[in-house]
Ligand binder design. Structure first.
Ligand code: 13P
Ligand code: SF4
Length: 343
């Protein structure tokens, strides 16, 4: 019943609405996405959907906020459930970020520090990074953004995900005492000479991806089937190093879809995505890397009912759950986003 209602409302609005759905959404919502994707793909889609009056973003708050920045205020962006936030983004409050950065500038006087914020951050943090002419990155382009940022500065300040920052540093050969850490409790933590520092990582992580452990990989590798391990780069360094492949949600899906029938995959990312992959690829063996429940609790706050609710309200001329940003925030966040798009 509810599903018929949603379908007929989507039909009613035709090109007036576009529904964007992140790969971690529940199936009951995901199936209505006009487009599905990872953070990078969805933010690019948000800029290209010029005809639509409304973007209904089935994802988390920072994603809808990014769409609101990129759509330039011309389209209304709606998040079907306002409780769908990202706890990792909340681990970098703007006041702490600003004071940490000014402290680092003092400590590393004479060096040009380029800030990079993972797209999983608040619009205020994105705007701060834009003011400093830094970059936004996503899990699919962090490599390239590191290179671009190093071509413009001596050191990087990477936030909020320490794991994506550490794993990308490792790919660039930056390890050990070349990496500093900004502890939210204790401030700057260095393990060696400050002259060696190339990257400072923020004290943030994703609790979902923290659940994957090296022992889970050992379990699959010890079995008799030739499992390949693929993980999201938000996993810890130990897990990332032991995995055969890593990539954004879109890259994980593409790698497995393009793999030969009969192959074996253990996947280290959110459960809704892995279960869907399993169903859609019956000729491959696909398992989640851990038995822990890796459903992102905030992503999955959006239910079909929430989608129905925003559509019903729209039909009555009411825009509920609109996500907006101020012109000031938009202006500076766009600098950081455009720096990313230009790479
Ligand atoms: P992707 O950009 O890979 O979709 O990741 C977003 C995210 O929140 C992962 O936890
Ligand atoms: Fe945030 Fe982790 Fe959920 Fe992604 S999976 S939205 S990083 S809490």
């Amino acid at each position: 019943m509810i599903f018929n209602e949603i379908e007929s409302l989507i039909d009613y609005f035709k090109e007036e609405i576009v529904i964007l759905a992140h790969h971690y959404q529940r199936d009951e919502v995901y199936k209505y996405g006009h487009f599905t994707g990872d953070s990078l793909k969805l933010s690019q889609l948000a800029t290209s959907q010029k005809e639509a009056k409304y973007i209904i973003f089935c994802g988390v708050h920072f994603m809808a906020e990014t769409a609101a920045i990129l759509s330039g205020g011309k389209q209304k962006v709606i998040l079907p459930n306002l409780d769908a936030g990202c706890p990792m983004a909340d681990k970098a409050p703007i006041n702490e970020v600003v004071s940490a950065f000014s402290y680092l500038k003092e400590v590393f006087k004479g060096k040009r520090i380029v800030p990079i914020t993972y797209i999983n951050s608040t619009a205020e943090v994105k705007a701060f990074v834009g003011r400093e002419n830094g970059y936004i990155c996503t899990s699919s382009n962090a490599d390239k953004i590191f290179d671009a940022a190093f071509s413009r500065g001596d050191m990087l300040f990477f936030l909020p995900d320490q794991h994506l920052g550490r794993n990308t540093s490792y790919k660039k050969g930056i390890v050990g005492d070349e990496i500093g850490f900004w502890s939210r409790k204790d401030g700057l933590v260095l393990s060696g000479d400050k002259k060696k520092i190339k990257v400072i990582l923020w004290d943030g992580h994703c609790w979902v991806h923290q659940m994957f452990q090296p022992t889970h990989i050992v379990h699959f590798k010890r079995g008799k089937e030739p499992y390949k391990i693929i993980v999201h780069p938000e996993c810890s360094f130990e897990v990332f190093k032991m995995a055969d492949y890593s990539g954004s949600t879109e890259q994980i899906i593409k790698t497995i879809e393009n793999a030969e029938d009969g192959t074996y995959w253990a996947v280290g990312t959110e459960k809704n995505l892995v279960m869907r992959l399993k169903r859609n690829n019956p000729n491959k063996t696909i398992d989640i890397l851990t038995n822990f429940n890796t459903i992102c609790r905030t992503m999955s706050k959006i239910r079909a009912n929430d989608l129905l609710n925003v559509l019903k309200n729209l039909k009555e001329g009411k825009i509920i759950n609109e996500i907006t940003v101020s012109n000031e925030i938009r202006k500076y966040s766009l600098i950081a986003l455009n720096n990313m798009f230009s790479v």
